[in-house]
Write a protein that binds this ligand. Structure first.
Ligand SMILES: [Zn+2]
Length: 297
């Protein structure tokens, strides 16, 4: 699969962004670019975003036409278990946004949770798990207005939607007071460094290095995420190292596989020793609550 296909969103006509942050409107500066992938960083909120933007209908086409194995949930069982293990007994009802074929929902129900899903690509959905298919909606807005849940999960979704802040606002509407959102995203600390390194290398080496990096429409450091969560009224924001997917869904080879096996345990150790201050894993979990007490970490 080439880089464009892997992005999944690189379809239709893209629009060049002005150098203005799409979130806070402050000036954004060029961060790095290589081949067809360039990124800017906002001088205000520190949001990192692709120099080309996508709109909702392009995202829709991308997701309904180009599902691959990982989106169907293959190799993601460990990640789904990790997310489900973040939940407590009182978290009984959940919505998984970007639920793909519904494998996460099936696993959640296996743990006694009641679950619903949101998935843009359900017009295809031939691979959907039949037992949960009727619980999957095309958007949060398409769900019953009075549906409220204890938890909303987003596994590798928030960095790929046109307006993550709007999505977090819609999610809050669906959460009960004290409810929790659990988000898994690529870690910009790691993937941004890979891009920076690639930007300095000759083409041949740069292509190999870039194949290891996962950056979509947005990349979030802690500062930008804390700001966005704060603005949307979330509290108790916490960060954790996340496990990697099993297998090699993107055919990146043995070196990549070994790297994942070494890096995640090392990242967990460093994270624990530093009280979650240093997160060097390829992916992280971000947890925040809909509540009254403000206590960022
Ligand atoms: Zn900004």
């Amino acid at each position: 699969m080439d880089d464009k296909a892997r992005l999944g969103l690189n379809v239709g006509t893209r629009t060049k962004l002005a150098r203005e942050c799409p979130y806070c409107g402050a000036n954004a500066n060029h961060l790095f670019s290589r081949f067809h992938r360039g990124y800017l960083k906002c001088s205000g909120c520190q949001l990192v975003f692709s120099e080309v933007s996508i709109n909702h209908s392009e995202a829709y086409v991308g997701y309904s036409d180009t599902y691959d194995r990982e989106w169907r949930g293959e190799g993601r069982e460990g990640i789904y278990s990790e997310v489900l293990n973040m939940l407590h007994d009182h978290h009984r009802e959940l919505i998984d946004v970007g639920c793909g074929g519904g494998k996460f929902l099936v696993m959640a129900e296996g743990m006694g949770k009641v679950s619903w899903g949101v998935e843009l690509g359900m017009n295809d959905g031939a691979w959907a798990y039949e037992s949960v298919r009727s619980q999957i909606f095309e958007s949060l807005e398409a769900m019953p207005k009075d549906l409220k849940v204890d938890v909303v999960t987003l596994v590798n979704v928030l960095d790929q939607v046109p307006q993550p802040w709007d999505m977090l606002a819609s999610i809050k509407e669906k959460l009960r007071e004290g409810g929790m959102v659990v988000i898994r995203i690529p870690n910009f600390t790691v993937h941004g460094s890979i891009h920076r390194l690639a930007a300095m290398m000759p083409d041949k080496i740069a292509r190999r290095i870039m194949a290891l990096s996962v950056m979509h429409q947005f990349a979030f450091g802690r500062e930008a995420l804390n700001r966005i969560f704060d603005d949307q009224g979330y509290t108790h924001i916490r960060y954790f190292v996340s496990v990697s997917s099993q297998g090699d869904a993107y055919n990146q080879g043995l070196f990549y596989q070994l790297g994942k096996r070494v890096m995640v345990p090392l990242a967990k150790l460093i994270s624990a020793l530093s009280m979650q201050r240093f997160l060097i894993a390829p992916s992280i979990l971000v947890v925040a609550e809909k509540g009254k007490v403000k206590r960022n970490g």
